[in-house]
Design a protein around this ligand. Structure first.
Ligand code: PLP
Length: 454
């Protein structure tokens, strides 16, 4: 039988350690396990019972405050009063579905699409990012007549059967469907394109995508889509160098496939330089516009709303031949939440704040990295940062240190997680209302934690 393969980051709580918890926490963990079963995970060696949130702060059952540098869903800040008020007001009036005319969904769609390149003309609502990815794939397959999909080595695109089958981060590359091929992540820290005979990271990445497409073809599978998180979050947060995706997109289109930009994590201003993560892959002269885009997570600041967005030509035949309805997708209350989020992003300048505070934080991290040789790389865009921890004298991933750092920060009341194939990249993506003072607190606590844990 061998050793069972561990699935997911090692920073998850290990149920074998229930005995080490205080009585009250242990009892709640046991009750939870009894009802929710074995597939769920809890964060941290000491699970947290969060009961309240406000702005960038979370509070546990004892009233202890935590700096939230992890949660990208409550992007406008936890319990944002304007979002809360919009949800409550709409819930008190009407909550129905998309089979009735309603001004709210039309206005929101118009305003949302106005934030995207003009080529992306339609939006279809779902409740989760997984459903959005599932729908985008169905549309892509219908449009192209192909079924093949190319993804990156540790991609995560969701939990429905269709998107779990293209998500190696869930069950490893062996869990992928036969119509899926994976390529190594575009890791500028580890891949040296020149040493491999390529002019740039983008050319190297495109060559891999081409090989994957050729292999699909050799097995009689035509390409439908290349699906990529625009900042490659689960592959270790890999947003740079800007523009590197363009050659791969060209290869995909030449093979008759479409590019699905998964914006569930980078979208809605998080990358600071733009509203949408894919925008960093174009140039000032030429925008790189996806065929389909999936969005979710921060869209409703915690309300279950997500969407697939597409070029009209991609959905034309699907719209004629297949109808679409999603009972809760685009309901009036979720739309009210999403409208309030969009208003807050605009009125509070959250994209500009992500750019400003993200730059400050990166500089603080670069300064502390000089004291900690285990910090191999600091990268990111806006308020989506990755801090890669490595073993002394090289670039070997140090997962154990990352685990100690995550739990050490949690003890210091700062919440983050890990990312990457080797779980050695500290993933920092706080609510977008993160301030310079929050950034200072984060950097100070990380400094102290690495000094202890290193
Ligand atoms: C990049 C990416 N795509 C898709 C999803 C799926 O979204 P959801 O959990 O809302 O189904 C996630 C969720 O973590 C994600 O990170």
């Amino acid at each position: 039988m061998g050793t069972p393969r561990r699935v997911g980051p090692s920073s998850y709580f290990d149920p074998a350690r229930i005995g080490a918890l205080d009585g009250e926490t242990a009892s709640l963990v046991r009750r939870r396990l009894a009802v929710l079963g074995p597939a769920y995970r809890l964060f941290y060696e000491q699970p947290l019972q969060i009961v309240r949130g406000e702005g960038v702060h979370l509070y546990d059952a004892d009233g202890v405050e935590y700096l939230d540098a992890y949660n990208n869903v409550a992007s406008a800040g936890h319990a944002h009063p304007r979002v809360t008020a919009a949800i409550a007001a709409q819930a008190g009036v009407l909550n129905t579905h998309t089979r009735y005319l309603h001004e709210g969904i039309v206005r929101y769609s118009e305003e949302l699409l106005a934030t995207l390149p003009a080529e992306l003309g339609h939006v279809m609502f779902t409740c989760t990012g997984s459903e959005a990815g599932d729908l985008a794939l169905r549309i892509a397959k219908h449009h192209t007549g192909g079924t093949g999909v190319v993804v990156t080595r540790n991609a995560y695109h969701g939990v429905t059967t269709e998107v779990a089958a293209i998500s190696p981060s869930l069950g490893g590359v062996d869990s992928l469907a036969p119509w899926v091929r994976w390529v190594e992540a575009p890791d500028a820290y580890r891949v040296d394109p020149a040493a491999l005979g390529f002019a740039s990271l983008g050319e190297w990445f495109a060559a891999q995508v081409q090989t994957a497409i050729d292999d699909l073809a050799a097995h009689g599978v035509r390409l439908a889509a290349f699906v990529a998180d625009s900042v490659f979050a689960s592959d270790g947060v890999l947003p740079d160098p800007a523009g590197f995706l363009a050659p791969a997109v060209e290869v995909v289109r030449r093979a008759g496939g479409v590019w699905i930009a998964d914006e569930v994590q980078p979208g809605f201003g998080r990358t600071g330089d733009a509203m949408w993560g894919f925008e960093r892959h174009g140039t000032a002269a030429t925008a790189l516009v996806p065929d389909l885009v999936t969005i979710g997570k921060p869209m409703g600041n915690g309300m279950p709303i997500a969407a697939a967005i597409m070029r009209p030509e991609v959905i034309e035949a699907f719209g004629r031949e297949v109808r679409y309805f999603n009972t809760f997708g685009g309901n009036a209350v979720s739309i009210a939440a999403a409208q309030a989020v969009l208003d807050v992003i605009r009125d509070e300048g959250l994209q500009a704040n992500a750019a400003h505070v993200g730059t400050l934080l990166k500089a603080m991290l670069a300064e502390l990295a000089a004291r900690h040789p285990a910090v191999g790389d600091i990268r990111g865009a806006g308020l989506f940062l990755g801090i890669e921890l490595v073993r002394p004298g090289g670039r070997d991933p140090d997962e154990d240190l990352a685990l100690r750092a995550v739990n050490g920060l949690r003890r210091r009341q700062v919440l983050i997680g890990t990312a990457g194939l080797h779980n050695n990249v500290l993933k920092v993506r706080p609510p977008l209302v993160f301030s310079p003072t929050d950034a200072e607190r984060f950097a100070g606590e990380l400094d102290a934690t690495l000094a202890e844990a290193g």
